[in-house]
Write a protein that binds this ligand. Structure first.
Ligand SMILES: [Zn+2]
Length: 594
């Protein structure tokens, strides 16, 4: 093995054969990937290892299906025959032994052999998992077995893509080893997020689940921890405000110059993930820590806010934290009671907060004192994952409209009522669902979903007399949303008239779209390009704190890819240290250009 570390300069100076030789071992027995990536090397060389990794992922994505399957099949089984026979490549031996697979108990070994056999029978290729994991330090044997069992149930197309993504992650870690690269900033953020996850509400904590609802003991502990880390990291002013937001300020050279505002939320949904919201607090914290370490001040100050509440889990209100900053905290919220009858005002007082509107109104920021608001967030969707891109730039936060509705027909005997005499409420809703799907698919960046369906007191031998449903319509612009909304409502009326049934439709929510500010969006694009990565623009399907700040100042968001198909609001939510490193670097690049 080479003891000298590989450098990007060496790769950029190398001829084709040397280039392939330098990258040997990154992709198991598959030198064709490095060879084709060489053809993608720009005349001045790859701008970064991120650019190189993206080129190699592109090669694999554009390869023929046979080639992709060949790449997957070039990998050994986990704890399989090759491991036992000691015929693994040096890289695989290192990974499998680091994951402790060489020290399985007899029971674990047997379980893995069974999983290997079942998996191979189902898919026809070996199970691929980057066993060194999202932090690069190795998954536990239990994590490996759980992931194996879960993915055994996946659709073959999805599973093949997931294997390829794991192969890219394996290659990424191997490249780090070859280059002696440590994603230190990404590790810092990852470790902070892991450490914060030790605080969880009762009823969930016991089961290893993460739930942090507004102003619970765990919630207050998270706030105190964030404030401690901010102080340690070199923020000049740190405090917890009247709604529980954690606010840290890193002054600029000119204290009177307008500041950049950033942040995201630290509350979670029930049984949620570790990165939703928190990433957007921890990434700028890592930047400040780094600036302090380098003894640097920016011209403008940076204000980082850990918003106390965004998810709307405990009270019938969302964005409690960011609403206060834009002066839109509704006084009626203070009188609300949660499911246990705890009134918000009393809860605040018990938590040591004033619980008065005067104190909350005092939190409203003067937009003239800010350059704008930026927010980093995990994507919470599959798009970046599918494109093998670590970062994406948000063009707009979707506007949405939500309804709950009910169609009423006639519950009659399933055997005696002829097909042409029926008033089937569920069939009418089924027709609506298909229309929503077709209408939303016909226009880019519009989505529509019926997520809840219920036939109250339905029975196997009764035609549905009632059918309740929900409707969630979203679009990147209010105009597109309103057009979708009008079409869907008109079609519902038509369907019901034709079928001789009636309906009710109650609007439960409407939120305006929040298009990104053009200048801030361009700054994010430049920051991503500075890392050597392509710019991918995308709408945000989910709501975020930036949506609230949008009401007061220009805003733009940066998305980071989530692992496990981008799943979120779920314990499987995950990010890698290398992606997070890029995210911190992008934030630094943004700050450097202010
Ligand atoms: Zn969030």
């Amino acid at each position: 093995m080479n003891t000298a570390l590989l450098t990007l300069d060496a790769l950029n100076a190398a001829g084709e054969d040397d280039f392939v030789a330098l990258l040997d071992g990154l992709y198991e027995h598959s030198p064709w990937i490095a060879r084709r990536a060489f053809a993608l090397r720009p005349p001045r060389g790859f701008a970064s290892t991120a650019a190189l990794k993206h080129a190699m992922a592109t090669v694999v994505r554009e390869a023929a299906l046979d080639e992709q399957l060949g790449l997957i099949r070039a990998h050994p089984e986990l704890a399989g025959k090759a491991m036992v026979a000691n015929t693994l490549t040096a890289e695989s031996t290192n990974e499998q032994s680091r994951a402790g697979l060489t020290h399985c108990s007899a029971e674990e070994f047997e379980r893995l052999q069974q999983l290997n056999a079942d998996y191979n029978a189902r898919f026809g290729w070996p199970f691929i998992l980057a066993v060194r994991g999202p932090r690069g330090e190795g998954l536990s044997r239990q994590q490996i077995i759980d992931t194996f069992a879960r993915r055994l149930n996946a659709h073959p197309d999805i599973e093949r893509a997931e294997c390829l993504r794991n192969i890219h992650r394996i290659a990424e870690i191997r490249l780090n080893d070859k280059c002696g690269t440590v994603p230190a900033l990404g590790n810092q953020v990852w470790d902070w997020a892991e450490s914060l996850a030790r605080f969880s509400d009762p009823g969930f904590a016991e089961n290893g689940q993460l739930t942090v609802l507004y102003l619970t003991e765990a919630h207050r502990a998270v706030a105190a921890q964030l404030a401690d880390w901010m102080r340690d990291g070199g923020f000049d002013e740190v405090g917890i405000d009247a709604v529980g937001n954690v606010v840290g300020v890193y002054h600029g050279e000119d204290r009177n110059a307008p500041r950049l505002l950033t942040g995201s939320h630290y509350d979670t949904v029930r049984n949620g993930g570790k990165y939703d919201g928190r990433l957007g607090i921890l990434v700028p914290m890592a930047c400040v820590r780094e600036l302090k370490r380098q003894g640097r001040r920016l011209r403008h100050g940076l204000e980082v806010v850990g918003f106390s509440e965004e998810e709307g889990q405990r009270y019938k209100a969302t964005f409690l934290g960011s609403s206060a900053l834009v002066g839109r905290f509704d006084p009626a919220w203070l009188e609300q009671a949660d499911a246990d009858g705890v009134v918000l005002r009393d809860l605040m007082r018990e938590a040591g907060l004033p619980g008065t509107m005067a104190a909350i109104q005092a939190l409203a920021r003067d937009p003239a004192r800010y350059l704008g608001f930026v927010e980093v967030h995990i994507e919470q969707g599959p798009v970046l994952n599918e494109l093998d891109l670590p970062l994406g730039i948000v063009t707009s936060i979707n506007g949405s409209i939500r309804y709950v509705g009910e169609v009423r027909g006639l519950a009659s005997h399933a055997g005696t009522t002829p097909m042409d005499r029926r008033r089937d409420a569920a069939a009418a809703v089924a027709e609506l669902i298909l229309y929503v799907e077709e209408r939303a698919a016909a226009v880019p960046e519009v989505v529509g979903t019926v997520g809840q369906l219920q036939v109250p007191s339905g029975s196997i031998n009764v035609i549905p007399g009632r059918c309740r449903f929900s409707l969630d319509l979203r679009a990147t612009t209010d105009a597109a949303r309103d057009a979708l909304d009008a079409d869907v409502r008109q079609r519902l009326a038509e369907i019901c008239a034709r079928r001789g049934v009636t309906f009710t439709l109650e609007r439960t929510e409407a939120a305006a779209a929040a298009p990104s500010d053009a200048a801030w969006q361009v700054r994010w694009e430049a920051a991503v390009q500075a890392l050597g990565l392509p710019v991918h623009r995308m709408p945000s399907g989910a709501g975020h704190d930036a949506m609230k700040l949008h009401q007061a100042m220009p805003q733009a968001m940066l998305f980071q890819r989530g692992l496990n198909l981008g799943i979120s609001h779920n314990p499987l939510e995950a990010i890698s240290n290398d992606d997070t490193e890029l995210c911190v670097q992008a934030f630094m690049a943004l700050l450097d250009r202010l």
